[in-house]
Design a protein around this ligand. Structure first.
Ligand code: PRP
Ligand code: URA
Length: 209
């Protein structure tokens, strides 16, 4: 069964409170999304494989560890996932970044794909999919299905707020994908918005609407 980690770290929970506040403007909202992404990424990368190397310090040769292999690719789901990219690259600056463009049809709530560009060597990489909101789960499920066609080593999902409906759907569709979020909210409303949530993440990041 899929591993789900809800990050209850006090720094994340404090930042999430400000993020949810309807009075928080786009500039601060963007900064908080990025900071929360950095903090979640720290945990999501905990099991990256290491290899031992020798490093000459000014005093002696030390046996030290570095990340092994081709490492990571981050794949934000456009648009809102873009808000998490700087935050994760702050920790892993050498990671590759792919992009998947999906929007939810407002009537059907089904995802519609309009763009997909993934790193050429994705099959040698561990992939972390980024999207702040996991609502019905349709966007994350479709994005992960697309990425799986390219055969990466592993896939994880990193979000900020999940609805129980979306979490269950994602676990069922992709039981092999580990899920990292900052909060598990109450439910979805009749428009497919997470309650209490934070509203439309893309609009709040980019100041649209
Ligand atoms: C939002 C959000 C997710 C999706 C979540 O994107 O960023 O991608 O909705 O909903 P789901 O779990 O029900 O699929 P949206 O479709 O609003 O597009 P945008 O980021 O371009 O605004
Ligand atoms: N997408 C958002 O941006 N917010 C929600 O609450 C649900 C989907």
């Amino acid at each position: 069964m899929a591993k789900v980690i809800v990050m209850d770290h006090p720094l994340i929970q404090h930042k999430l409170s400000i993020l949810r506040n309807e009075k928080t403007g786009s500039k601060e909202f963007r900064a908080l999304v990025s900071e929360i992404a950095t903090l979640i990424c720290y945990e999501a990368t905990r099991d990256l494989p290491l290899k031992e190397v020798e490093t000459k310090t000014p005093v002696a040769v030390a046996k030290t560890k570095v990340i092994a292999g081709k490492k990571l690719a981050f794949v934000p789901i456009l648009r809102a996932g873009l808000g998490m990219v700087d935050g994760v690259l702050a920790l892993v600056p050498s990671a590759r970044v792919g992009h998947i463009g999906l929007y939810r049809d407002p009537e059907t709530l089904k995802p519609v794909e309009y763009y997909c560009k993934l790193p050429a060597d994705i099959e040698e990489r561990e992939v972390i999919v980024l999207d702040p909101m996991l609502a019905t789960g349709g966007s994350a499920i479709d994005a992960i299905s697309q990425i799986k066609l390219r055969g990466p080593k592993t896939i994880k999902f990193m979000g900020i707020i999940a609805a129980p409906e979306g979490l269950e759907a994602l676990k069922k569709a992709h039981p092999d994908v580990e899920i990292y979020v900052a909060a598990l909210d109450d439910h979805l409303n009749e428009h497919g918005y997470i309650v209490p949530g934070l509203g439309d993440a893309g609009d709040r990041i980019f100041g649209t609407k």
